[in-house]
Design a protein around this ligand. Structure first.
Ligand SMILES: [Zn+2]
Length: 79
């Protein structure tokens, strides 16, 4: 298992690990806040057709990248 350094700051393009040292997952996430106005499309029986996220703006919140599987904190990143 790689030793994780949670104080050092990394770019998202060059993360210090390629997989989660706890569970082996290769999917990560960061927390974002979403804002803006958009449309939800639905047909005449009220069934949703699709969501339209084009106009939604994402803002990074927080400083850490987490594992998508076990949700452990993995490394600090720079926006
Ligand atoms: Zn994990």
């Amino acid at each position: 298992m790689n030793k994780l350094d949670l104080k050092k700051v990394y770019n998202l393009e060059s993360p210090p690990i390629s997989e989660c040292p706890y569970c082996g997952s290769q999917k990560f996430y960061k927390n974002v806040r979403a804002g803006g106005r958009t449309q939800l499309y639905f047909n005449s029986n009220g069934k949703k057709i699709y969501d339209f996220y084009k106009n939604i703006v994402l803002f990074s919140i927080g400083k850490f990248v987490y594992c998508a599987n076990c949700h452990k904190k993995l490394f600090k990143y720079r926006n």
